[in-house]
Design a protein around this ligand. Sequence first.
Ligand code: FMN
Length: 171
Amino acid sequence: MSWYYLFYPRPAFVIGSGEPPEANFMAASWVTPVSTEPPTLGVAVDKESCTHKLIEKYGKFTASVVENVDLLWYVGSRSCEEENKLEKVKWFKGKTGAPIPEEAVGWAEAEVLSKVELGDVVFYIGKVVEWKARRGFGKWGWDLKEVKVPLQKAGRLFLLPPCKEVWARKA
Ligand SMILES: Cc1cc2nc3c(=O)[nH]c(=O)nc-3n(C[C@H](O)[C@H](O)[C@H](O)COP(=O)(O)O)c2cc1C
């Protein structure tokens, strides 16, 4: 068991990169907001992936919430070298030109501001230049009764809401 499973289950997202016809999707669960001002989003990307090549080339990426775990597993288990994943997934071009899955319930588009290289991974920090939630989203994020934001448990095993809501006692 690896130490990083201390930080699982984690929400998983579809990362869009590049621009058509050189565009791609992969799955990522090592994704986090970094700062509120400027608004930044970080994602850890394997250097072997096509996504890494495309983020290096185009300097931008999208991160989308989808409810469909089969879609997450598909884009997260196939490489763009095996097949063009955008031919199997309906998508549209975001404001930055990077792709977003048609079925996304929400997404952020980011332009790379900074990166940290560590071993086989690059952690990209992008400035969020656009974002949208289509439904089931409020002041405190997703309403998990309405939107099934998937959490990756391990590999292709996911957890889906609803989760029990609990208020912490006032401190
Ligand atoms: C749920 C899930 C989460 C993943 N999280 C990450 C991640 O955070 N970073 C990463 O580099 N790869 C992650 N992967 C693996 C990539 O999605 C996978 O290597 C993908 O095939 C890369 O595609 P590409 O080579 O077309 O870019 C994840 C896969 C799954 C299924």
